[in-house]
Design a protein around this ligand. Structure first.
Ligand code: GUN
Ligand code: ZN
Length: 432
């Protein structure tokens, strides 16, 4: 099946932090989709064909769908839990909530609602932590596969320091992860991430099991948390007294590589930064979470200058918004507090091609390059009265993007396409 999507089309081919030649923009642009893949992108006048069905989103912007590289599927009902920093927040709110995912019916219900929230916010791919229960990962993969949505996910491995309802063992976490990899990794658009939650909730035996899985499945991602909160770091080092630093715990278990996604990375030591750069390990910036939990200010420019590739993510439910627009808004403010600038072109590159590169998946998602999966977001910078009022003064594409970045949320997402299929109800697009 072929169709043409018309609008004001934006696509990045390089990082705006590195080069001025970083994007292409077609004021009257078009994307031709064939069987869920992008066949061509360019001027509408060049791509229109008499019998090709068209959906006209003008005057809205069309770009690759957002990618959220760090989000917790069982925390949809944890967002906005009051008054705690990380360790208390986990014990008081998060672990009891995740315990509910032992019930497959609950997991299936939330999986559907989780994907609904992603697409409502223009997010077409995510890297998700599931609960400790194998069934929670099965529920998420089943729902994402049914929608043909690219999901990277894994059940968390956690065998101590939580509550018994969310504990596995080193052996069962290995066995369950292995079975999930065999069932789901590479099935359609699903990919598996080996997911030791963080060093505090894993025994040395369990981290060794995670290392064994990573060695046996080098094409799987590995995701965990690193240096989010000062009390977390102190507790972690007390549990692993021989470690040179927090990163060393993961390093000693063979987990460092360009497939490793490390959530937060706020309070890093110089050796950790150097080792992350040498091994290609990724840092994932979670601004709404870092502000909400009072964790600290991510050093985006410092890590880039050190040669580390970063992603930017919501971290729902420590994060307070499903919206990558709101995530970029808070990211701008965190960077401002450090005297750094998040330019709107860099911000939208980060949430699309940048995150795809952090995942090593830029050949499939994150750009409009022909052959990529047709995952798209359609954005309306005049979605609310306040945005429309502000937009009267737009002079440039960057100004329009910045209004979306600072004032936008799910209301600014006019449509989302996953593998070429529209996900939102009737939009204001013209169909012919
Ligand atoms: N560290 C370990 N688990 C979590 C979690 O669920 N959320 C956040 N923000 N940090 C963590
Ligand atoms: Zn997290």
């Amino acid at each position: 099946m072929r169709q043409l999507i018309r609008g004001r089309v934006l696509d990045f081919h390089a990082d705006p932090n590195e080069t001025a030649d970083n994007h292409r923009f077609w004021e009257d642009g078009a994307i031709v989709i064939r069987d869920g893949l992008i066949e061509a992108v360019g001027d509408h006048a060049d791509l229109a064909e008499p019998d090709l069905p068209e959906i006209d989103h003008r005057p809205h912007l069309i770009m690759p769908g957002f990618i959220d590289p760090h989000i917790h599927f069982p925390q949809a009902q944890v967002i906005a839990s009051w008054g705690a920093q990380l360790l208390d927040w986990l014990q008081n709110y998060t672990f009891p909530e995740e315990a509910r995912f032992g019930d497959p019916d609950h997991a299936a219900r939330i999986a559907g609602l989780f994907l609904d929230q992603l697409v409502a916010n223009g997010t077409t791919s995510a890297v998700a932590f599931c609960s400790v229960h194998k069934t929670s990962a099965e529920a998420l993969f089943t729902a994402a596969h049914a929608r043909n949505m690219a999901m990277v996910a894994g059940k968390v491995m956690m065998d101590r320091n939580a509550i018994p309802e969310v504990h596995d063992t080193a052996q069962s976490s290995y066995d369950d992860s292995k079975a999930l990899i065999e069932a789901w990794h590479g099935k359609g658009r699903q990919r598996y991430a080996i997911t030791p939650r963080f060093a505090i909730t894993s025994t040395p035996e369990q981290l060794a099991a995670a290392g064994a899985l990573a060695a046996e499945h080098p094409d799987c991602h590995v995701q965990t948390h690193l240096s989010e909160n000062l009390a977390e770091i102190e507790y972690t080092l007390s549990l692993y007294p021989k470690a040179r630093d927090y990163l060393d715990i993961y390093e000693q278990n063979g987990l460092l590589s360009d497939r490793l996604l490390l959530g937060h990375c706020i309070h890093l030591r110089d050796r950790e930064i150097a080792r992350m750069a040498e091994t290609g390990s990724r840092a994932i910036f979670c601004p709404t979470s870092n502000l909400f939990l009072g964790s600290g200010l991510f050093d985006a420019d410092g890590l880039r200058d050190a040669g580390i590739v970063s992603g930017v993510a919501t971290d729902v439910g420590g994060g307070t918004s499903w919206s990558m627009l709101q995530t970029l808004n808070e990211g701008y403010k965190v960077m401002a507090m450090r005297g750094q600038k998040l330019h709107p072109l860099a911000a939208f590159h980060w949430a699309t091609r940048g995150n795809a590169m952090a995942l090593g998946m830029e050949d499939r998602i994150g750009t409009l390059a022909p052959g990529s999966d047709a995952d798209l977001v359609v954005l309306d910078a005049r979605a609310t009265p306040a945005m429309a009022l502000r937009s009267e003064r737009i002079r440039t594409l960057s100004e329009e993007l910045f209004i979306l970045q600072i004032m936008g949320d799910d209301r600014a997402v006019a449509q989302t396409y996953v593998a070429g299929v529209a996900q939102k109800g009737p939009s204001d697009a013209a169909i012919r």
